[in-house]
Design a protein around this ligand. Structure first.
Ligand SMILES: *[C@@H]1O[C@H](CO)[C@@H](O)[C@H](O)[C@H]1NC(C)=O
Ligand SMILES: *[C@@H]1O[C@H](CO)[C@@H](O)[C@H](O)[C@H]1NC(C)=O
Ligand SMILES: *[C@@H]1O[C@H](CO)[C@@H](O)[C@H](O)[C@H]1NC(C)=O
Length: 454
């Protein structure tokens, strides 16, 4: 199958297949052991004193094997100018707790699961660790723009396809260990992180909920098998609920899928002396900071058309492959009318178009739909959606409702999986919009694209 819509990262590392059999069991057991160990090593603030969590534990008191849950202290989010220093300090706290060895001092290089992206021609040399679902395609395009001769263009002026091809250099392309060490030592090293809850939700909406035959078969089919879901309700791994997806994530995916492996591990965060740790949540000020450090202008993000470029980018990315290269594969699994309505709902969930904006096409229209016509309709609806506050509310309603369907024991596992990410980067592991225990639901109505979003 052609995979043009996959993120830039897939170019560098093959997405590994589901493990099954004894090896899978051993990995799962060792994963559980590691988690338990992490929990006991890191714990210094008992979260039992948080009312929401107490309730989680009470509800789970029927489970005899339950481990005490601890969490790390929540720090306020430091400014981009000092965040990398805070991360270093927190890494050294982890080391004191016996977690993670300082591999730098042993003379070897950190082994990155995914090759970082570099520029050896730009001054200073650049070293960027891409993280799936944390703006990796965008920041890779930014790297290309920064490293190209001539005035700095907007990353949106670099096509997504170019960010997937060989218009950039990978760290792995440096042949020898000394070469890599020298490069790492002499470059400006940065990464961008994202709130783990948003990162997971975004992966689900973009890749499993949305028409995407590749991830239907990678994640969807696997979840169906793992939980014996009725196959007729899930042709080709479609129609997998957020709740079941999270079950598959905490059971398996977080060990081996680059979208779900903890950011700390993907970027060997504690093995590299970062010069900047950006956050997707603060991408505008953080990009201003980065650009100044690497001597390029960030004027592009302060120009009038920037937000429209961003919107257009999402629309193009959500539709192009669906109506071209993937269309036949999609039609084997769902009809085009449903695929169109799912994309429409996705754009509503992502805060691109209003939730009450009606789907503009009939079943017959969709039978002969072209990518241009569909994109034009999306652009028109997006142009009407000017109230940013309203769109923001839509986005937060969607993520809250999705998480409110997740089993409490799976939420607890999620917090463990991303424990170091929360700690190192200052994200709250227990935000009220995720953990509102009074608002548990059986299903997320917002995600049901057959119904109006009321
Ligand atoms: C992007 O490209 C367009 C032409 O395709 C040009 O008009 C615009 O100025 C460019 N924007 C930036 C910020 O480079
Ligand atoms: C999707 O799954 C639900 C159960 O989770 C089922 O009730 C529904 O009929 C399924 N939809 C389709 C189109 O099969
Ligand atoms: C920054 O870039 C400008 C040209 O864009 C160049 O003249 C200047 O020397 C550069 N500064 C540094 C410190 O590299």
């Amino acid at each position: 199958m052609v995979l043009p819509g996959m993120s830039v990262l897939c170019r560098c590392a093959r997405v590994r297949r589901w493990r099954s059999g004894p090896l899978g069991l051993i990995l799962t057991l060792s994963g559980l052991f590691t988690l338990t160990w992490l929990v006991s090593m890191l714990g210094n603030t008992d979260i039992l004193d948080r009312p929401a969590i107490r309730e989680v534990l009470l509800l789970r008191s029927d489970m005899p094997e339950r481990q005490p849950v601890h969490t790390l202290p929540i720090h306020t989010d430091p400014d981009v100018a000092t965040r990398h220093i805070t991360v270093r300090e927190r890494c050294s706290k982890l080391r004191q707790g016996g977690i993670g060895k300082n591999r730098q001092t042993s003379g070897s290089l950190p082994r990155f699961p995914m090759s970082p992206v570099i520029s050896s021609t730009h001054k200073p040399q650049l070293f960027y660790c891409p993280l799936a679902k944390a703006g990796s395609t965008f920041f890779t395009r930014y790297m290309i723009a920064a490293a190209s001769p001539g005035p700095m263009v907007s990353p949106f002026n670099i096509s997504i396809k170019d960010a997937k091809r060989d218009s950039l250099q990978s760290f792995q392309s440096l042949r020898t260990v000394p070469e890599r060490q020298t490069f790492l030592k002499n470059s400006f090293r940065f990464l961008f992180t994202r709130n783990p809850y948003s990162r997971i939700f975004s992966a689900y909406i973009d890749k499993l909920y949305s028409p995407n035959p590749y991830y239907w078969s990678e994640w969807g089919v696997a979840a169906v098998k793992l939980y014996n879901l009725p196959p007729q309700a899930h042709p080709c791994g479609t129609n997998v609920s957020f709740r079941d997806f999270i079950k598959a994530l905490v059971a398996k995916l977080h060990h081996r899928d680059m979208h779900f492996i903890a950011m700390t591990q993907m970027c060997r965060v504690c093995d590299v002396e970062w010069d900047m740790v950006g956050q997707v949540e603060h991408s505008v000020p953080d990009l201003d900071f980065l650009s100044e450090k690497i001597n390029v202008t960030s004027a592009f993000q302060h120009r009038a058309g920037y937000s429209a470029d961003n919107t257009n980018d999402v629309i193009v990315d959500s539709t192009t492959d669906v109506f071209t290269e993937w269309l036949d594969d999609i039609k084997n699994c769902m009809n085009v009318f449903d695929a169109g309505r799912i994309i429409w709902r996705k754009l509503q969930i992502r805060g691109i178009i209003y939730k009450d904006s009606p789907f503009p096409f009939s079943r017959e229209d969709m039978d002969s739909m072209t990518v241009i016509r569909f994109q034009d309709a999306c652009r028109r609806a997006a142009a009407d959606a000017t109230d940013k506050t309203r769109l923001k509310k839509q986005k937060s309603d969607a993520i809250s409702q999705a998480f409110s369907t997740v089993d409490l024991k799976d939420l607890e596992k999620l917090r463990s999986v991303y424990k170091t990410d929360f700690f190192l980067f200052g994200y709250d592991p227990n935000p009220s919009y995720i953990l509102d225990i009074t608002q548990r639901r059986q299903e997320a109505k917002i995600l049901d694209w057959r119904e109006n979003w009321t």
